[in-house]
Write a new protein. Structure first.
Length: 387
């Protein structure tokens, strides 16, 4: 099963994985080997309490992801701003977006693969893959492509792999209250990534089956000579990034924004099974790069609206706003207001929880709702429909 690329914003935003034949003795021959080095200094970047480290580099395959509508709308849009304030304690939508939305052009992990130990400023280490990316990581129809980022991290729990995290939703009511899956954050500390966001220069691992389709909406690039020609098999691709200020208008017009620095476009292919180029991952503050290890519970841009719980939500440390439901060409809900709540500043991953007084688990605009509290909202409910 493959995933199809989708138009519009998704343009900016798996062949089966077969194991290596083991033979009759000795270690398997890697399918490909990449050379990676970590550079910089960590003394000023370590979170408080970190006194012992196990530095690693992991290959992390990316997901095809679309951001939810709340996160890419103009915060001054009528789709987000109510005609009058409904709650003096509520924050502006822009503040909630800044605190709860991830980078809409950022790399989103799907699965962490092999990790190898690395010493900062200690030269390149060899990271070898023994397996092809699994089917669910490949995107396309005739041509199938997968991209990965090389992530520099501290393996704090010493399990030899990069553990990924998810955002923490606030509680919700109804029978959905059992599917929150609020798992603890990973203890691993992220220090850098070769591919963090499309608005910065990146170096990505690529794997292609078939002939590349440049219209595929999967971390696309523009203005690179090899943008239309990554080779079949494994390769290493570099790109110059694009300007975030112009990216959304370009995407909405069905175009890709130009590369900020096309001179950074590059491609390296394996010689035998080793890619000779060295990928340098510079150390950065963990708060700047943590999202490269944050999973998304939905990848198609859909928003799961929740039933408000009967008991009050603890807003301590959180921001919230009351906003109309974005129509985005769909059925409008002029009298239905959503309450959008951020996570905590201490959460590893950003995230939002959306509540409505009426709706269904699969479609907030359903004709026969799973819940309807419009006539009797919970006593703590802060949002009122516009008059």
């Amino acid at each position: 099963m493959t995933r199809r690329g989708s138009p519009g914003l998704a343009a900016l935003l798996a062949a089966a994985g077969c194991g290596n034949v083991q033979g009759l003795g000795g270690p398997p021959t890697p399918l490909v080997t990449f050379n990676v080095e970590a550079t910089g200094e960590l003394s000023s970047l370590r979170p408080p309490g970190i006194t012992d480290e196990s530095l690693q580099v992991a290959l992390v395959w990316g997901a095809q992801w679309q951001p939810e509508p709340f996160c890419f709308l103009d915060p001054t849009s009528p789709d987000l701003v109510l005609p009058t304030d409904t709650d003096p304690e509520a924050s502006a939508p822009a503040a909630v977006m800044a605190a709860g939305c991830r980078d809409v052009f950022g790399f989103v992990p799907a699965r962490a693969d092999v990790s190898v130990p690395v010493t900062i400023n200690g030269g390149a280490v060899a990271l070898s893959l023994d397996n092809l990316p699994a089917t669910d990581l490949l995107v396309g129809d005739v041509s199938l492509v997968a991209y990965a980022s090389l992530v520099f991290y501290d393996d704090q729990n010493r399990n030899g792999t990069l553990d990924l995290s998810t955002a923490h939703p606030t509680k919700f009511g109804g029978r959905d209250n059992g599917d929150q899956q609020d798992t603890p954050d990973s203890p691993d500390v992220i220090y850098g990534a070769s591919f963090l966001t499309m608005t910065e220069p990146d170096t990505r691992v690529a794997y292609l089956e078939g002939t590349f389709d440049p219209t595929a909406a999967f971390y696309p690039r523009a203005d690179c000579p090899m943008a239309k020609w990554p080779p079949a098999g494994f390769s290493l691709l570099g790109t110059g990034g694009f300007d975030e200020k112009t990216a959304l208008p370009e995407a909405e017009a069905g175009m890709l924004p130009p590369e900020t620095d096309p001179s950074l476009c590059a491609m390296a292919m394996p010689v035998a099974t080793v890619v000779p180029a060295v990928v340098t991952v510079a150390a950065r503050a963990p708060a700047e790069v943590a999202e490269v290890s944050c999973l998304e519970q939905t990848l198609d841009g859909s928003t799961r609206y929740r039933e408000p719980p009967a008991d009050p939500i603890d807003f301590t440390g959180r921001l919230y706003t009351c906003a109309p439901l974005p129509s985005l060409g769909g059925a409008s809900q002029p009298n239905l207001i959503q309450l959008v709540v951020t996570g905590l500043p201490t959460d590893h991953c950003r995230g939002l929880t959306h509540y409505t007084l009426r709706g269904c688990r699969e479609d907030v605009a359903c004709a026969v709702p799973d819940w309807d509290l419009t006539a009797n909202p919970p006593a703590w409910w802060p949002c009122q429909p516009p008059s």
